[in-house]
Design a binder for this molecule. Structure first.
Ligand SMILES: Cc1cc2nc3c(=O)[nH]c(=O)nc-3n(C[C@H](O)[C@H](O)[C@H](O)COP(=O)(O)OP(=O)(O)OC[C@H]3O[C@@H](n4cnc5c(N)ncnc54)[C@H](O)[C@@H]3O)c2cc1C
Length: 453
């Protein structure tokens, strides 16, 4: 196959008509491998029957756990969704597979495995709508693309308007979304009640006055997103290295040359830092600062109950949001702490405030037992928009600032970040440079992302 033909096929990876994409493996591996064919063989109906008969003792590990090499073309720090997606699209879209994804804990153990999995793209500003809608559309085909069921459920997301100010804000967003080609509309309280019979429209503090409705928004299984990408990266010959912390960044003459890790020094030509709430400490290792604050955001989940709500509801004024998982648990999200910290637990009073908001919006919640509560360290920027950017050190790129709402952006962010790292620019990342803060070019998404997820 000619180089051009091969590149086109790689770039058309999400297009099912292009057929399975064949990946070039890293040096050290022989020849070409068809990931889809290989996965089909591993997860065929015969394999499932065979393993059922032998008590599932023969499954191969989904991804390898290699020791680090001395040098890679690209190192990605952080095996959360954004880091793994960046690596995946480097391989898939640009044929760059000599890549290591280095994770200090376990993959998906950061915010990617701690979020409430809401996916939507109803943002106000054009650059945001572009990257979030790219992500939402990639979620639609992610299970087929990765040959891994990420359980994407486009069940619809609604953001309740409970003040006159919110009505105006959401109507404005609906108009902006129409111009951007994002399908949303403002719906009446009667339509809200029809979609969510368990809702209380006449809450004691704020009545429901309407909602911004995105019918193709929804949820996906967060762990599966991380696992699916990890398996695909591993199949391309990339190294997913867990339990390995990056402790230093080495540069020479203003250009990155490698990182120091708890498994020894590793060299690289390019470095992507994708560590969410820990990005500040990573940037400090490389000698620059980022306008990002780290805060704990928490969520909780109830005991499982019978299906009672098949859309996602966000109530930003009273501040609580809820969806029902496939197991039947009510997945509930709350607010961020009012102070910077790295605790991954969250303040107790937020649980009380979140549950109070939920009880007035859905009175039946008062009779539910809560099973678990947890927190994650989110990375907040001043304009509530992400940073996908080159940095003052040549060869170092950052992808952070997704704050309370980056799960929904994972595939779009990975797609764009890979393009930025491979080509030096990407139309999707142009506005999201870290330098916009000193130049006053904010992308203000405080209505869409300030408290929402
Ligand atoms: C409670 C909660 C609810 C949320 N709800 C939603 C939601 O409904 N919808 C939505 O879109 N978003 C939501 N979010 C936000 C979303 O989870 C994050 O924006 C997204 O997961 C960030 O992904 P990431 O890959 O950038 O970071 P992470 O998944 O946090 O991955 C970063 C990884 O970097 C690793 N790391 C850090 N430092 C180092 C180092 N020095 N060396 C090696 N590895 C390192 C960490 O261990 C971590 O695994 C929520 C977040 C929380 C906490």
């Amino acid at each position: 196959m000619s180089q051009i033909c091969r590149k086109r096929r790689l770039q058309a990876g999400v297009d099912a008509a292009a057929g399975p994409v064949r990946y070039r493996k890293s040096p050290g591996f022989d020849g070409l491998l068809s990931r889809d064919q290989d996965a089909m063989k591993r997860y065929s109906v015969f394999a499932v029957a065979r393993e059922a008969a032998r008590y599932h003792s023969g499954w191969e590990r989904a991804w390898a756990s290699p020791e680090p090499k001395r040098k890679y073309d690209v190192i990605i720090v952080g095996a959360g969704g954004h880091g793994l997606a960046t690596a995946y699209y480097l391989g898939k879209n640009f044929g760059i597979t000599n890549v290591a994804i280095i994770e200090k804990g376990w993959l998906g153990g950061g915010n990617t495995g701690r979020n409430t999995t809401i996916i939507r793209s109803n943002y106000l500003q054009d650059p945001s709508a572009a990257i979030y809608e790219k992500a939402r559309s990639l979620y639609e085909t992610m299970s087929q693309d990765l040959n891994y069921n990420v359980m994407f459920s486009p069940r619809g997301v609604m953001m309740l308007a409970q003040t006159q100010h919110e009505i105006r804000g959401y109507q404005r967003t609906a108009h902006a979304n129409q111009l951007q080609g994002v399908e949303t509309r403002f719906i009446s309280p009667a339509e809200v009640k029809k979609l969510v019979p368990i809702i209380n429209l006449d809450g004691p503090r704020y009545p429901v006055l309407g909602a911004l409705w995105q019918p193709r928004g929804g949820t996906a299984r967060h762990d599966a997103v991380a696992w699916g990408y990890a398996r695909a990266c591993s199949d391309m010959g990339m190294h997913v290295i867990q339990k390995c912390e990056v402790t230093g960044v080495r540069s020479e003459g203003g250009k990155v040359v490698g990182v120091d890790t708890t498994k020894g020094p590793i060299d690289c030509d390019k470095l992507g830092m994708v560590t969410a709430g820990h990005i500040g400490t990573n940037a400090a290792m490389a000698g620059f600062r980022l306008p990002v604050e780290s805060l704990c955001l928490q969520a909780l989940v109830s005991e499982p109950i019978k299906p009672c709500m098949d859309v996602v509801v966000m109530a930003n004024t009273v501040h609580g949001y809820m969806s029902q998982s496939d197991k039947g648990e009510m997945v509930i999200g709350g607010g961020t702490d009012g102070f910077n910290n790295y605790t991954q637990r969250g303040s107790f009073h937020h649980i009380e405030e979140t549950v109070r908001a939920l009880v007035e919006t859905f009175p039946m919640v008062s009779r539910l037992k809560m099973l678990r509560q947890w927190g994650g360290i989110v990375d907040m920027t001043g304009d509530r928009s992400p940073i996908l950017s080159k940095t003052p050190v040549e060869g170092i790129f950052v992808n952070c600032g997704w704050g309370t709402g980056g799960f929904k952006a994972i595939p779009g962010s990975g797609w764009a970040m890979a393009e930025l790292m491979a080509k030096g620019h990407s139309p999707l990342t142009e506005e999201f440079s870290m330098f916009r803060f000193r130049e006053g070019r904010f992308i203000d998404e405080s209505v869409a992302a300030g408290v929402a997820h």
